[in-house]
Design a protein around this ligand. Structure first.
Ligand SMILES: NC(=O)c1ccc[n+]([C@@H]2O[C@H](COP(=O)([O-])OP(=O)(O)OC[C@H]3O[C@@H](n4cnc5c(N)ncnc54)[C@H](OP(=O)(O)O)[C@@H]3O)[C@@H](O)[C@H]2O)c1
Length: 300
């Protein structure tokens, strides 16, 4: 199957390209600037989500059956500082992908976030009503609405994910790689004990996205790890698996910290439907951390 993957240099996109290539799909990997991907067996196209002409020119001749869109401006505080850039990547880029999907009849799988919720009543199932806080969250929710407005419902899927981590990091640090880096250097970290999240291993997210996309399973999906925990619990579980000193973790409270962009305190995603429908299952914390440990051991 011909599959376009955007954000191919990113944490999720890079794993998704490898997964799809391993499964024998013909992949057009689209990233910003030169490729930072390792491996082979795919074609790479450099594109900027805000450049509709270039995006259409790169994607149309490929005649994709599926477009999977993990690309986006993901720096939550950065979005607050640069709202126009956030809107361009997280909304206008999505609109351009919808137009390509309409022209090619491709199925569009768009990746979104649990940050579409305000975090008053998580974990959230598929019936929950979004109330995004902050520019990142608002533009991601606007991206979801763009998909729903521009494509017929059998032609799109939206997959919300949460706190994605993996090794090697793809550019920016992620929650897991930052903890490993800090603990290796014996650095103490402060972690929120009052923020509930669904930690999600990038490899596991990529497996689930690959299946959702190539099976064209339409509708809304929660694509995340199977367990909802606070960040201190996650940090301590990581210490236990890696043999780091849990005393390096100091619990703190998000509500006592002035954040540039607000984060949902009680978040996380209910993944029951995903676990029932997919062969690639949302992993529990122990198995995710075990795989993460082996990723770190394999590429220290
Ligand atoms: N990571 C998380 O904890 C998390 C949690 C919930 C939801 N999500 C969602 O999951 C998806 C994948 O996240 P991720 O962790 O893989 O993020 P990521 O590592 O930041 O990857 C996003 C990719 O999008 C690219 N990009 C950003 N702006 C662009 C633009 N204007 N034009 C072209 N490319 C652009 C980035 O390019 P550069 O590499 O050049 O910057 C990056 O490679 C995102 O949609 C995100 O909103 C992530």
């Amino acid at each position: 199957m011909r599959v376009v993957v955007t954000g191919a240099n990113g944490l999720v996109g890079s794993r998704l390209v490898s997964t799809l290539v391993q499964q024998g799909h013909e992949v057009l990997a689209c990233g910003r600037g030169p490729s930072r991907l390792s491996g082979q067996g795919f074609t790479y196209a450099s594109l900027e989500l805000g450049d509709r002409g270039r995006l259409v020119e790169a994607l149309l001749p490929f005649k994709p059956a599926v477009i999977i869109n993990p690309a986006g401006m993901t720096d939550v505080d950065g979005c607050e500082k640069q709202p126009v850039a956030a809107y361009t990547a997280n909304v206008e880029g999505v609109a351009s992908l919808c137009l390509v999907a309409r022209d090619t009849q491709a199925h569009l799988l768009h990746v979104s976030t649990d940050y579409v919720f305000d975090g008053q009543a998580g974990p959230y199932d598929l019936t929950a009503t979004p109330n995004p806080l902050g520019t990142y969250a608002q533009t991601k929710y606007a991206g979801e609405l763009t998909v729903r407005s521009l494509l017929p419902k059998e032609q799109w899927s939206i997959a919300r994910t949460a706190v994605v981590y993996g090794w090697p990091r793809a550019g920016n640090n992620n929650f897991g790689s930052w903890l490993v880096d800090s603990f290796r250097q014996g650095k103490a970290v402060k972690l929120f004990e009052d923020q509930l999240v669904s930690p999600s291993l990038a490899l596991n997210v990529a497996d689930m996205l690959a299946e959702l996309g190539t099976k064209k399973l339409a509708g809304l999906w929660n694509v995340a790890g199977a367990e909802v925990v606070d960040r201190v619990t996650f940090g301590r579980a990581l210490c236990a698996r890696f043999g780091f000193d849990p005393a390096l973790i100091t619990p703190s409270r998000m509500k006592d910290v002035a954040l540039l962009s607000p984060r949902p305190p009680r978040s996380g995603l209910v993944v029951t439907r995903t676990a029932e429908a997919l062969t690639a299952k949302p992993l529990g914390l122990t198995e995710s951390l075990d795989r993460f440990f082996h990723e770190v051991q394999g590429a220290p």
